[in-house]
Ligand binder design. Sequence first.
Ligand code: TRP
Length: 340
Amino acid sequence: MPIQTETRPTILTGDRTTGPLHLGHYAGSLKSRIALQHTHRQFLLLADAQALTDNAHDPEKVRRNVLEVALDYLAVGIDPDKTTICVQSCLPALAEMTMLYLNFVTVARLERNPTIKDEIHARGFGRDIPAGFLCYPVAQAADITAFKATLVPVGADQAPLIEQTNEIVRRVNRQIGRDILPEATALIPTIGRLPGVDGRAKMSKSLGNAIPLSTPPDEISNAIRRMYTDPNHLRVSDPGRIEGNVVFTYLDAFDEDRAAVEDLKAHYRRGGLGDMVVKRRLEDVLQALLAPIRERRETLARDPDHVLDILRDGTRKVKELTQATLEELRTGLGLFALDR
Ligand code: TRP
């Protein structure tokens, strides 16, 4: 499509390449990306450079998972003809823009960023924070603005990063005296974060409570068998609780038959409905959801060169686009140019 007729809003989002994606990613972001690619100009960033900011001790993990996350994207139905998939560390304009933006933000502001504060705490960094980690919100501002994205789908925990981006955008635009960069809006999923199979608030590979998209059928069964329900629902005849009951939370997220789920909930609350019955239903739903994803993933994984071609194409296309934004900034800021 010629650039002049491109009127769809631009979306940029991405994932750190630290491990394969799981059901939480599917419910929270992948599903909506599959829908958005039909109506928006969508870019997905395999954020390997950002992954390094707290994984510098294990670059091999970060490198390996570029392909794993790409396989997950393609297996769930991200269509490379509709969504451009690219590799962050292969786009030098992003790094250069980060260097420029670092001059438009203070260390104090970065340390106040609620997302960063929580993450520093969770990782136990104390004062020994890798500088790259403290500054990754600036790099993320470079990601977003390099594409001139106006919509950024992220989890609620990332909303402060979009605020940070817009602060940088306003400062840079004011310095240049023209609105070169657009402000961005966070697109936050309306459904809450998917809990882990153990009932903890977040499904996460590092917490060991995740169901990766490539999970084999018998491991799906095991995970559901162990799944957290209502600890006080001891006998089938007892009334049970829906709130905090992971099996029902997952049925809410993945079972298309809303009426049937509501009936089950009412029955469970009344008493007389055993956990096994509800778990069997969830098992059917999840096996049906994940079987085609797993099969497509296995097929794609047999031809890594094909996947690499897709990443190469996407990254090449985006290289020009991001370089063009960088040039606009260089010119706008009046940096020295040898060829003018
Ligand atoms: N921070 C995101 C995550 O933790 C990944 C990411 C990198 C991103 N760059 C981005 C998200 C730009 C949205 C926009 O998964």
